[in-house]
Structures are given as C-alpha cells and as structure tokens.
Design a protein around this ligand. Structure first.
Ligand SMILES: Nc1nc2c(ncn2[C@@H]2O[C@H](COP(=O)(O)OP(=O)(O)O)[C@@H](O)[C@H]2O)c(=O)[nH]1
Ligand SMILES: [Mg+2]
Length: 288
C-alpha cells in the first residue's frame, strides 16, 4: 500500500510555513526570516518514505491588505490550490483568528484539509484553545494539530493526519525520484541563501527591489566558485548593502558561504558584487 500527493501549505506570511516544510523534509529547501514575503515562489519540499511520497508546496503566503484580504489571498495561493490533493493550512498560535481568515479557511474545504497551529513553543494553551474553538464549527476540517517546528513537537502527527486524508494507491506512484527533496536547482538555492542572509542582516534597511543573480557557477576539483551580483536600484542602496568599510557585504558573504558549503558539501569560494541597475526588474529574482 502506498500513498502520495501534493500538499499545498497555505497561510498568512510569517505563520511558519517554510520553517515547517524544512522541518518535515529534513532539509532546508525554503528560506526563512521574520520579514514578510520571504518566500516568493512556490517551492516544493519532497518527503519520500517506504510507503509514501508527500510533495509539499510552500507558498509565498497570504499578504494581508486592509480592504481586500480575500482577493489578495486568492491571488497568492490560487496556483498552488488548483493543483494540490490536500491543503495544510497554517495558523500562528499567537495571532487571533479573524473572521476574514476564518471565512477563507471555510472556502478551502473543497479539498481535504488539515489545520496546523504553529509556534506553540512561544504560545500558551489558552490562545491555542481559542483558535480550536473557533475552527470547530468547520466540520470538514479533518484534523487540527498544534505544533512547533523549532521544538519538533507534533510534526509526526501532522504527517499522520495528512496521510489519513490521502487515498490509498495500489501501486507505488512516485512524482519524484526517491532521493530528491526539492525541485529547485542548486544554483537557485544558492541565490536564495544569499537573499536570506541579506534579509536577516540588513533587516529593515534592505532596499526594496534588490535581487540576487548568479553569474558564475564553476566546479573545480573540490572547490565550487560562485560569483553573484547583488543588484539594487540606487547608489545609496548600494552603500547600505556594502556597509561601512565593506563590513555588511562581508558578513552576508561569509554567512551565505557557510550555508552553501553545507548544501553542496564542498568548499565554496563566493564573491558578491553590488551593482546598480534601474532596468533589471523584468523576470528577475526580487528580494523584497
Ligand atoms: N518560536 C518559533 N518560531 C517559529 C516557528 N516556526 C517559524 N518560526 C519563526 O517565524 C518566522 C516566520 O517563519 P517562516 O517559516 O518564514 O514563515 P512563512 O512566511 O509562513 O514561511 C521566522 O522568524 C521563524 O523563525 C516555531 O515553531 N517556533
Ligand atoms: Mg515562507
């Protein structure tokens, strides 16, 4: 007996979706930061075991706008929802569940649905119970699971509940080869790692519209040589990214290099150039 399926991981930005997908897959497939809109593309995290293959679709998340939450939610997640077998909806245990989001969850019940309540390590039972009580009127929800990705609490239950709602298959239906844990190229992941360090280190100062582009990616014996352009739109943005005496860029580079070495399992030489380019925006990799 085998089970497989695509699971759309949906919820507000910062709810903890990417952290959960990384924890379930056991590999860092999706970058994480306290900043909104950290995840920009739908990223696949694949978990394959003896009797199942789950493909998690990590989505950029719902970007809350004051007047039209519903519309923007739909826009952000529509493509993920249209192609998945089940939905894993993530709510932050520390945030109240508002009526708009409640209505949105209700609408998702056309698909098999599990709700995860994240970050219970920094929340309390009262808050969690309040959310569960509100959700209890949506009978179609298969399971509500409070969890913590960071403390590894109830992640096994999340998997169990997802497997319960997927149909059994008579043959082993693999979407991806067993050893794959993402569909992304290593090169894309390298750009994402640099973006993550910039998000974390520059924090609020990260200029809007900056991007990372890998311009060289060459393996020489045991060494991987990577050149990257950090593209921004204004000279003063360039100064912020480089920092006093080049210190900021150096920090971004050395933190990124460590993660990249971990990813590729070899020594990495990473050079980053900061460039100003006004007209790069089309088809490029946005940072913010
Ligand atoms: N304490 C705690 N923090 C978490 C947990 N999961 C995520 N976070 C933090 O919440 C922030 C947003 O996480 P992220 O996975 O990027 O959220 P996403 O926008 O839904 O993908 C990051 O700062 C994470 O470190 C958790 O289980 N416990
Ligand atoms: Mg994310």
């Amino acid at each position: 007996m085998f089970k497989s399926g695509y699971i759309g991981v949906i919820g507000n930005t910062n709810a903890g979706k990417s952290t959960l997908v990384n924890a379930l897959v056991g590999q860092k497939v999706s970058i994480v930061s306290p900043k909104k809109q950290t995840t920009r593309n739908n990223i696949l995290g694949i978990l394959t075991k003896e009797n199942f293959q789950l493909v998690f679709v990590d989505t950029p998340g719902i970007h809350k706008t004051k007047n039209n939450l519903d519309k923007s939610m739909m826009k952000n997640v529509r493509s993920a929802i249209s192609s998945v077998d089940a939905v894993l909806y993530i709510l932050d245990a520390n945030k109240d569940l508002g009526s708009e989001e409640f209505d949105y969850i209700k609408k998702l019940t056309d698909l098999p649905l599990v709700v995860g309540i994240s970050k219970v390590d920094i929340s309390n039972q009262e808050k969690v119970f309040k959310i569960i009580a509100k959700l209890s009127s949506i009978k179609e929800i298969s399971a509500i699971v409070p969890f913590s990705s960071i403390k590894n609490t109830n992640l096994d239950i999340i998997l169990e509940e997802i497997l319960k709602i997927l149909p059994e298959e008579s043959e082993k239906n693999l979407f991806f080869e067993e050893e794959m844990y993402t569909d992304q190229s290593t090169k894309f992941m390298v750009a994402e790692i640099i973006r993550e360090k910039a998000l974390l280190l520059l924090n609020e100062e990260l200029p809007y519209g900056a991007a990372i582009e890998i311009t060289k990616y060459t393996e020489k014996n045991d060494l991987l040589e990577i050149d990257a352009d950090f593209i921004c739109e204004k000279e003063r943005h360039k100064a912020i990214i480089i920092g006093k005496g080049g210190l900021m860029l150096k920090q971004i580079g050395s933190q990124a290099r460590l993660d990249i070495e971990n990813l590729v399992q070899k020594k990495v030489m990473l050079k980053i150039w900061v460039k100003v380019n006004l007209n790069w925006r089309q088809n490029k990799n946005f940072v913010v």
